[in-house]
Design a protein around this ligand. Structure first.
Ligand code: NAP
Ligand code: MG
Length: 482
C-alpha cells in the first residue's frame, strides 16, 4: 500500500451508558424479578452494562400494560394523532443519530460507517414512512373501508428480534405495528439490548403514551414467554429458521397471527457481460457488509465460467484492501463478530469447508488480540453438496461456485431450502427480468446488493419464512383481515 490511514475513532463519550438497566414497562424503567446478565462489546470483551433477564411474570406485566394502552388509548386514537407520535420519534432518532450509531457499534461490533450511514438513517426512515401511513390505512388494503370502517388493528404484538441489526429490526417491527394502532412488547437479542433500551428512552422523550411500547430484555426463555403468552394477538419474529419453526409449532392451533423472517443462503450471480469492477464491489458488499451477519447476504457467489479467473483475481485484490478492526474507527470496513458463540459457529463451518475439500483463502490481515474476529474469507472449488454451499454461515465467508448457462445459474441458485434474496449482475435488461422471474427469492437485486428502503417489501420463500415487512405490504401483518 502506498500510504496508511491514521486512526479516526468516533467519540465514545457521545454515549451516556448506565451501569445497569431495568425493563421498560408501561412507560417506565422497572426492576425485573429475574437475574441480570452482562452486555459486552464484542470488539474488546469489555462489559458495557448489566441488563435484566425478564421472566414470565415480567412478560405478563408488559403484556398487561400493552393491553391497557391498546384498549384505552392507542387503538382509539385517530391515525393522524398516532402519526404525530411516530413523526416525533423519527425526528428524535435523527437528532440523536450519532449517539445511537456509536452505541450500536459498541454493543454489536459493526463498523461505525455502517451504523452511521445505513442502520440509523434507515431506522428513522422507517418511522417517517409508517408515520405517513397511520392516517391512510384505508388505502393500504385492496378492499379499502369495510362497512364504512377503516381497517382495524390486531391488538398486542409480541415481537422478537435478532442481534445483527438491533435497531433496524426494532424499527421494522415497531413502526408498522404502531402506525396500524397496535401496541407492542418487544424483546431484543441477548447480546444487543442496549440500543433498544435507548429507544425506550426516546419513547419517553416523545411522550408516547405509557404501555404502547414495552421493551423486555432477556434470552430465549423470555422470547418463548412472549410467544406463548395467551393475550398476545400477533407474533412477529426475525431470527433463525430453527427458532422460527419452534414458534410456528407454539402458535399452531391458537388464533395468533404470525410472521417469520428467517435465514437465507442467497446466490449472487455474475454473468460474463457484467461490469466487473462494479460486480466486485457488489460481491464485497453482499458478503462482508455487517461482517456477513446478514440474513440476505450474498453468501453463494455464482460466476459464469468464462469470467471466473478475472472476477476472482479482482475480488482477491479488493479484499486485500478491506480494513478489519475497531468498529468505532471511521475507516473500518469489517468490524467484530457479534459473540464468541457466533465466532465458534463460523470457525466450525469454515473448518468443515476445508475438510470437505474446498480451497480457503483470506487476505493477509492482522486481527486484534482481544475480542471476536474473523478475517474475510472465500472458498473456491465449492460444489453444491458442500455444507458451506447449503448452510447459513452468518459470517464473512463466501462460497464460490461457477455456471455456464443462465438456466444452470437459476438451477443452482434455487437449489437451497431458503429463498430470501438473490443478486444478478449483467448488462442485459431482458436477462435481469428473465432471471428475476425464475429465482425463488423474496428480493432480487439487479446490479446492486443489500439495498434497503422502507417503501420496499422484504421477506422470504420456503424456509426463509413468511410475511412481508416494509412498504404497504408490511401493514398487512398488523391489520385485521375479517
Ligand atoms: P435466533 O437464535 O433465532 O434468535 C432470534 C431471537 O429469538 C433472539 O432474540 C433470541 O433470543 C430469541 N429466541 C431464541 N430462542 C427462542 C425461542 N425458543 N422462542 C422465542 N424466541 C427465542 O437467531 P439469531 O442467532 O439471534 O440470529 C441469526 C438468525 O436470524 C440467522 O439465521 C439470520 O438469517 C436470521 N435473520 C433473519 C432476518 C430476516 O429478516 N429474514 C434478519 C436478521 C436475521 P437470544 O438472542 O436472547 O437468545
Ligand atoms: Mg453486546
Amino acid at each position: 500500500m502506498a500510504f496508511d490511514y491514521a486512526p479516526a475513532p468516533e467519540s465514545r463519550s457521545l454515549v451516556d451508558l448506565r451501569s445497569s438497566y431495568g425493563l421498560f414497562i408501561d412507560g417506565a424503567f422497572v426492576d425485573g424479578s429475574g437475574p441480570s446478565f452482562k452486555s459486552v462489546s464484542p470488539a474488546t470483551e469489555e462489559v458495557l452494562a448489566e441488563v435484566t433477564e425478564a421472566n414470565a411474570t415480567d412478560v405478563d406485566r408488559a403484556v398487561k400494560a400493552a393491553r391497557r394502552a391498546y384498549t384505552r388509548t392507542w387503538s382509539k386514537m385517530p391515525g393522524a394523532e398516532r402519526a404525530k407520535y411516530l413523526y416525533r420519534i423519527a425526528r428524535i432518532l435523527q437528532e440523536r443519530a450519532r449517539e445511537l450509531a456509536v452505541l450500536e457499534s459498541l454493543d454489536n461490533g459493526k463498523p461505525i460507517r455502517e451504523s452511521r450511514d445505513v442502520d440509523v438513517p434507515l431506522v428513522a426512515a422507517h418511522f417517517f414512512y409508517y408515520a405517513g401511513w397511520a392516517d391512510k390505512l384505508e388505502y393500504a388494503q385492496p378492499q379499502g373501508r369495510r362497512g364504512g370502517r377503516p381497517p382495524q388493528p390486531l391488538g398486542v404484538a409480541g415481537q422478537v428480534i435478532p442481534w445483527n441489526f438491533p435497531l433496524l429490526m426494532l424499527a421494522w417491527k415497531i413502526a408498522p405495528a404502531l402506525a396500524c394502532g397496535n401496541t407492542v412488547v418487544l424483546k431484543p437479542a441477548e447480546t444487543t439490548s442496549l440500543t433498544a433500551l435507548l429507544f425506550a428512552e426516546i419513547c419517553q422523550q416523545a411522550d408516547l403514551p405509557p404501555g404502547v411500547v414495552n421493551i423486555v430484555t432477556g434470552a430465549g426463555e423470555t422470547g418463548r414467554a412472549i410467544v406463548a403468552h395467551p393475550d398476545v394477538d400477533k407474533v412477529a419474529f426475525t431470527g433463525s429458521t430453527e427458532v422460527g419453526k419452534a414458534i410456528a409449532r407454539t402458535v399452531a392451533g391458537t388464533d395468533k397471527l404470525v410472521t417469520l423472517e428467517l435465514g437465507g443462503k442467497a446466490a449472487n450471480i455474475v454473468f460474463d457481460d457484467a461490469p466487473v469492477d462494479q460486480a466486485v464491489e457488489g460481491i464485497v458488499n453482499g458478503i462482508f457488509f455487517n461482517q456477513g451477519h446478514v440474513c440476505c447476504a450474498g453468501s453463494r457467489l455464482l460466476v459464469q465460467e468464462s469470467v471466473y479467473d478475472e472476477v476472482l483475481a479482482r475480488l482477491k485484490r479488493r479484499m486485500s484492501t478491506l480494513r478489519v478492526g475497531d468498529p468505532l474507527d471511521k475507516n473500518t470496513d469489517v468490524g467484530a463478530i457479534n459473540s464468541s458463540e457466533q465466532l465458534a459457529k463460523i470457525r466450525e463451518l469454515s473448518e468443515v469447508g476445508e475438510s470437505e475439500g474446498a480451497e480457503r483463502w483470506s487476505p493477509p490481515c492482522e486481527l486484534p488480540d482481544r475480542g471476536f474476529w474473523f478475517a474475510p474469507t472465500i472458498f473456491t472449488g465449492v460444489t453444491q453438496a458442500h455444507r458451506i454451499a447449503r448452510e447459513e454461515i452468518f459470517g464473512p465467508v463466501l462460497s464460490v461456485l461457477t455456471f455456464r448457462t443462465p438456466a444452470e445459474a437459476v438451477e443452482k441458485a434455487n437449489n437451497t431450502p431458503f429463498g430470501l434474496s438473490a443478486g444478478v449482475w449483467t448488462d442485459k435488461g431482458s436477462r435481469i427480468l428473465w432471471m428475476a422471474n425464475q429465482l425463488r427469492a423474496g428480493v432480487v437485486w439487479a446490479n446492486t446488493f443489500n439495498r434497503f428502503d422502507p417503501t420496499s417489501p422484504f421477506g422470504g420463500y420456503k424456509e426463509s419464512g413468511y410475511g412481508r415487512e416494509g412498504g404497504r405490504h408490511g401493514l398487512e401483518a398488523y391489520l385485521a383481515h375479517d
